[in-house]
Design a protein around this ligand. Structure first.
Ligand code: HEC
Ligand code: HEC
Ligand code: HEC
Ligand code: HEC
Ligand code: HEC
Length: 479
C-alpha cells in the first residue's frame, strides 16, 4: 500500500467521516472566514494603504480575530468527538470508512455547506471588523470609550487649537513600525483598563513619536514668527478684584528670509540640542548640550551632575516646550483670570477672585462633590458677609458658583488623581519651571558660562502688573 493511500485511509477518511457534522462544519467555516479577514487586513497594512493607525484596533486584529480563528478550530474536534461517541453508542462505527468521493451526495452537501457558511461568515466578520476600526478611528473613541482618557478628552475640547486634529495624528507615528508599536501598546493599555492596573494619573512617560513625523507634518519648525504681543490680565485678591495687565513682546523668531536663526524658535533649531531629564514628566533637567555640526558639544549642567550610563540624552523638539499642545490644563490662577476677563465670573462680586481661588483648590473626593459643595459655600459666603449683595445679586452669585464648578471640572479629575499642576505647561516659568528647567542660570559649562537667564532674550516686558498700561492705550487695546 502506498504511503499516500495509507494516509488517506487512516487519517483523511475518518477525519472527513467524523467531521461531517454541524458543529465541525460551522467551526471550519468560522476559522476560514477569520483567516481570510486577517489575511486581507495584513495585506492592506503591508501595502500601507487604508490600514488604520489606531492603536486600539489591535484589540480586533491581534486579539478578537485570532481568538475567533482558534474558537472555530476548537469546534472541529469537539464536533468530531461528539459524532464519534453517538455513532459508537448506536453501534454504527463502520469497519471501513467511506471513500472520499465527489460523486457522493452527502460529501458534496457538506462541501457546499462549508463554502456557503464561510462566505456568510466572511461577510459578517469582515463587516464587523471594518466597522470596529472605523469606530475606533474617531477621536470620540479615544476620548470617551475609555474613561481613563477623560482628563485629556475634556481638555482637548477646551483647547482653542487642534480640536480637529485626531488623537492619532500626534500619538501614532506613520508607517509600519509606528503602527505595530502603537498596536501592541494599545492592546496592552486596553488590557490594563480591563484589569484595572493602569497608572493614575496617566503621565506622558510613554514618549510621543518624534515631532518630525507628527507636528512637522503640519507646522514648519523654522517658519519665521517674529515678535508676538502677549497680554496677561490678572485679577487681585482684594475686595475689588483689581485688574492689572502684564504686556510682553515675545521674541518667537524662527529662520528669517535671509536664513538667519533668531529668537526662541530659531535658537533651538540652529543646532541640535539634547537633554537628560531625571523624572517621568521631564520637569527636572540637570543636563543639556548643544551638538555642533562638527560633532563637538557644549554641555550645560547643574553643579555635581554627571550622567549615568543608563541616562541616554533625548533630542529637544516641539513637545519639550509645547507639551500641552492639544489638551492644556490651566493653573488655578490662569483659569480664574481667564474666566473673570471673559466675564463668565462677574468681577463686580467683592472678593470673588480670592474666594474662588480657595474654593476651586479645596479637596473634594469627586467632581460630583465639588459640584454641590462649591456653589453652596460661595452662596454661604455672600449671605453671611454681604447680605445686601446676596439679596440684590443672588443670580450673579449662583452663576459664579456654576462657573467655578466648570473650572474645577475642566482641570481636576479625582478618580484619575489628576489635579491642579499634575500636567504642567512648559511654556513660561510661573506656574511650573517651564523654560527655567534649563534657563535658570544654574546650568553652566565647565568653563563657567551659564545658559542665559536674561529676561530680554525671550521677551521684552512692556508692562508688569500695571492697572492702566500706556502702551496698551496707545495700541488701542483697552481692556
Ligand atoms: C497636537 C498634538 C496632540 C493631539 C491631537 C493629542 N495629543 Fe495627547 N499629547 C500630546 C503631547 C505633546 C503630549 C505630552 C507629551 C510629553 O510631555 O512628552 C500628550 C500627552 C498625552 C497623554 C499623557 C498624559 C498627559 O496629559 O500628558 C494622554 C493620555 C494623551 N495625550 C491623550 C490624548 C487623547 C485622548 C487625544 C485625543 C482626544 C490626544 N491626546 C490628542 C499631543 C497631542
Ligand atoms: C494635522 C495638522 C496638525 C498637527 C499634526 C499639529 N498641528 Fe498644531 N496646529 C494646527 C492648526 C490647523 C492650528 C491652528 C492654526 C491657527 O488657527 O492659527 C495649529 C495651532 C498650533 C499652535 C498655536 C498657534 C498659535 O497661534 O498660538 C501651536 C503652538 C501648535 N499648533 C503646536 C503644535 C505641536 C507642538 C504639534 C505636535 C505635537 C502640532 N501642533 C501638531 C495643525 C496641526
Ligand atoms: C524652546 C521652546 C520651544 C520649542 C522647542 C518650540 N516652540 Fe513653538 N513657541 C514657543 C514659545 C515660547 C512660543 C510663544 C508662545 C506665546 O507667545 O505664548 C511659541 C509659539 C509657537 C507658535 C505660535 C506662533 C506662530 O508661529 O504663529 C506655533 C505654531 C509654534 N510655536 C509651533 C512650534 C512647533 C511646531 C515646534 C517644533 C517644530 C515648536 N513650536 C518648537 C516655544 C517653543
Ligand atoms: C528662557 C526664556 C525666558 C526668560 C529668560 C524669562 N522669561 Fe518670562 N516668560 C517666558 C515665557 C515663554 C513666558 C510665557 C508667555 C506666555 O504665557 O504666553 C514668560 C512669561 C513671563 C511673565 C508673564 C507671566 C504671567 O503668566 O503673568 C512675566 C511677568 C515674566 N515672564 C517675567 C520674566 C522676568 C522678570 C524674567 C527675568 C528674570 C523672565 N521672565 C525671564 C520666557 C522667559
Ligand atoms: C532642555 C533645555 C532647554 C529648555 C527647556 C529651554 N531651552 Fe532655550 N536654550 C537651550 C539651549 C541649550 C540654548 C543655547 C542654544 C545655542 O547656544 O545654540 C538655548 C537658547 C535659548 C535662547 C537664545 C539665547 C541667546 O542667548 O540668544 C532663547 C531666547 C531661548 N533659549 C528661549 C527659551 C524659552 C522661551 C524656553 C521655554 C519655552 C526655553 N528656551 C526652554 C536649552 C533649553
Amino acid at each position: 500500500m502506498g504511503r499516500l493511500k495509507q494516509w488517506e485511509e487512516e487519517w483523511l477518511r475518518p477525519f472527513l467521516f467524523y467531521g461531517n457534522n454541524w458543529i465541525s462544519l460551522i467551526g471550519g467555516a468560522i476559522t476560514t472566514a477569520a483567516a481570510f479577514v486577517l489575511l486581507g487586513y495584513w495585506v492592506v497594512t503591508l501595502i500601507g494603504h487604508g490600514g488604520s493607525a489606531n492603536p486600539y484596533t489591535g484589540i480586533i486584529f491581534d486579539f478578537l480575530l485570532p481568538a475567533l480563528f482558534v474558537f472555530g478550530l476548537v469546534l472541529i474536534p469537539i464536533g468530531m468527538g461528539w459524532r464519534r461517541r453517538s455513532l459508537y453508542r448506536a453501534g454504527q462505527i463502520p469497519s471501513v470508512y467511506p471513500q472520499v468521493d465527489f460523486r457522493d451526495p452527502k460529501f458534496r452537501h457538506a462541501v457546499d455547506f462549508v463554502v456557503v457558511a464561510t462566505f456568510i461568515n466572511f461577510v459578517i466578520v469582515g463587516t464587523a471588523s471594518y466597522r470596529g476600526v472605523a469606530y475606533m478611528d474617531q477621536a470620540s473613541f479615544c476620548g470617551t470609550s475609555c474613561h481613563v482618557m477623560q482628563p485629556e478628552w475634556v481638555a482637548y475640547h477646551h483647547s482653542q487649537f487642534h480640536t480637529n486634529v485626531a488623537c492619532v495624528e500626534c500619538h501614532v507615528a506613520p508607517g509600519i513600525p509606528g503602527y505595530i508599536h502603537a498596536k501592541t501598546n494599545g492592546t496592552k493599555q486596553l488590557l490594563m483598563v480591563l484589569f484595572h492596573s493602569y497608572p493614575r494619573p496617566i503621565m506622558a512617560d510613554n514618549k510621543l513619536p518624534p515631532p518630525t513625523v507628527t507636528c512637522e507634518r503640519c507646522h514648519s519648525p523654522t517658519r519665521y514668527a517674529g515678535d508676538q504681543l502677549v497680554v496677561k490680565n490678572t485679577f487681585g485678591d482684594d475686595e475689588k478684584n483689581t485688574l492689572t495687565h502684564t504686556v510682553l513682546v515675545m521674541h518667537v523668531g524662527g529662520r528669517n528670509a535671509a536664513g538667519v536663526y533668531s529668537g526662541i524658535h530659531g535658537s533651538h533649531y540652529k543646532e541640535k540640542i539634547e537633554y537628560i531629564a531625571t523624572d517621568a514628566s521631564d520637569q527636572t533637567i540637570p543636563w543639556v548640550a548643544v551638538i555642533h555640526p562638527d560633532g563637538t558639544k557644549t554641555v550645560y549642567a547643574v553643579a555635581g551632575f554627571h550622567p549615568a550610563a543608563n541616562q541616554k540624552p533625548r533630542v529637544m523638539g516641539c513637545i519639550d516646550c509645547h507639551n500641552r499642545a492639544a489638551h492644556s490644563f490651566a493653573s488655578p490662577g490662569d483659569a480664574m483670570d481667564r474666566a473673570m476677563a471673559g466675564g463668565a465670573l462677574p468681577a463686580s462680586l467683592p472678593y470673588l477672585h480670592k474666594e474662588g481661588m480657595a474654593l476651586i483648590q479645596a479637596n473634594y473626593v469627586s467632581q460630583g462633590e465639588a459640584a454641590t459643595k462649591i456653589p453652596k459655600a460661595l452662596e454661604a459666603y455672600y449671605r453671611t458677609n454681604y447680605p445686601a449683595i446676596w439679596s440684590g445679586q443672588s443670580s450673579e452669585v449662583k452663576q459664579a458658583g456654576q462657573e467655578l464648578v466648570a473650572l474645577y471640572e475642566q482641570n481636576v479629575f479625582p478618580f484619575m488623581k489628576v489635579t491642579w499642576g499634575t500636567h504642567p505647561n512648559n511654556i513660561g516659568h510661573m506656574a511650573s519651571p517651564g523654560c527655567f528647567r534649563c534657563h535658570d542660570g544654574n546650568h553652566v559649562t565647565t568653563g563657567g558660562t551659564a545658559l542665559t537667564n536674561d529676561c530680554t532674550v525671550c521677551h521684552n516686558i512692556v508692562a508688569m502688573g500695571d492697572p492702566n498700561p500706556k502702551p496698551l492705550a496707545e495700541l488701542g487695546m483697552t481692556q
